[in-house]
Design a protein around this ligand. Sequence first.
Ligand code: D54
Ligand code: ZN
Length: 274
Amino acid sequence: MFQSKTRYAIDPATVKTLNTQQLRDHFHVGGLFAQNEISLTYSHYDRLILGSAVPTDAPLILDHVPETGTSNILDRREMGILNIGDTGLVRVEGNTYEVKQGEVLYIGMGAGAVEFSGLGRFYILSAPAHKTHPTRLIKLTDAKRLELGAPETANERVILQFLHPDVAPSCQLVMGYTQFSPGSVWNSMPAHTHDRRSEAYMYFDLAPEHRIFHFMGEPTETRHMVIANEEAVISPPWSIHCGSGTGSYSFCWAMAGDNVDFTDVDVVAMENLR
Ligand SMILES: O=C[C@H](O)[C@@H](O)CC(=O)C(=O)O
Ligand SMILES: [Zn+2]
């Protein structure tokens, strides 16, 4: 089964006026990782697509997506796929890649249909592209590690960068995931914005009874959404994006926009948050 939906971009002045459900309708992405289904959300923020593919008995094929207006989704786009399940297979351009848990497959523009099979639970990201970078499986040992935070501030974590200029070049997509030390629950605090790039977070490895309090909004107009395991949030470029869990978790982050400089962030001073 295939399903896709569109999320439009709205401005910060409108976001201030939304109630909880309206905020979720715009920025929370649930229903991911349904069995035997490819589910995509096409966001108008930097035209970032996020979604999932969970094959069961038969392979799932990702090919034409009405929202892109091209015959194949990758005609003018690139893709990053993170497997959060057991070992799965991705077949593209006649090659089959064995993608283990925690590995990322980059697929370059123009690669054509993508076939998912095996035991993978695939998280899919895609952004518009202007040239073809080689399709490549990026293993955990290839990722760049960035250790941040401290136990005293409950934010000791390692940021693993997979689609990053120093690891695997891409046109727009910058992507990886963050894992925490035991007892640390705060991501991306102190908070930041990057008005030049949009971002999406997908929270995983969270026990079913636990929740993430994800914070968004302009720094002086913050809002929160309560997020369960394997759910995602779209972060507009002008918004902070940080969160705290009632239990341990990991999250995949991905950005698209004007540059691929991970360090190009505007940190928000704590005293300016409201
Ligand atoms: O712009 C960078 C993104 O928000 C994330 O990479 C932040 C993150 O993974 C973290 O602080 O844990
Ligand atoms: Zn960010």
